[in-house]
Design a protein around this ligand. Structure first.
Ligand code: SME
Length: 157
């Protein structure tokens, strides 16, 4: 089953309309993404602590990880923030920045949660399949990340 981003975005907007805050939306989004496709073996959201220059793991579905905190510029996750771009790693064994979460992980996709110039964090997905992620995954995840960013921006105003 593929990720139905339109349905997830609608559900997140309905939660916003009902008054739910980002904490609930971030948890809902991670669960919905993780259950949508077998190739999404680990799904998490990291939030950026700008004062400390560190990504903090907010919530995840999958095995526990040693990387609850990742400095900006470190790992694939930290590189995405430092370079202000989404990163698709088709073969993690070929990426010298890669920080292992599980020995089974073969590929990884990081999509930033951002509103314009402001980066709030990221959706991080690991797959046990090599080269698991394509443009369709990225486009779907960007639309979900944008809805999350809308709520995070509203809370920080
Ligand atoms: N692989 C990430 C670390 C996070 S774990 O995958 C959960 C990285 O290289 O930054």
């Amino acid at each position: 089953m593929a990720l139905d981003a339109v349905a997830v975005v609608k559900e997140l907007q309905e939660m916003r309309d009902e008054g739910y805050l980002s904490d609930a939306l971030l948890r809902k989004a991670v669960r919905r993404i993780a259950e949508s496709d077998e190739k999404y073996d680990w799904v998490g959201v990291y939030l950026l602590n700008e004062d400390e220059g560190v990504l903090w793991l907010h919530n995840y579905v999958g095995e526990g990880t040693e990387h609850a905190k990742i400095p900006v510029g470190t790992g694939v996750c930290g590189r995405a923030v430092a370079e202000r771009r989404n990163i698709n790693v088709p073969d993690v064994s070929q990426d010298e920045d890669y920080l292992a979460c599980s020995p089974e992980t073969k590929s990884e996709l990081v999509v930033l949660i951002r509103a314009g110039d402001q980066i709030f964090g990221q959706i991080d997905i690991d797959s046990h399949q090599p080269d698991a992620f394509g443009e369709e995954d990225e486009i779907a995840l960007i639309s979900i990340a944008d809805k999350l960013a809308e709520q995070l921006a509203a809370e920080r105003r």
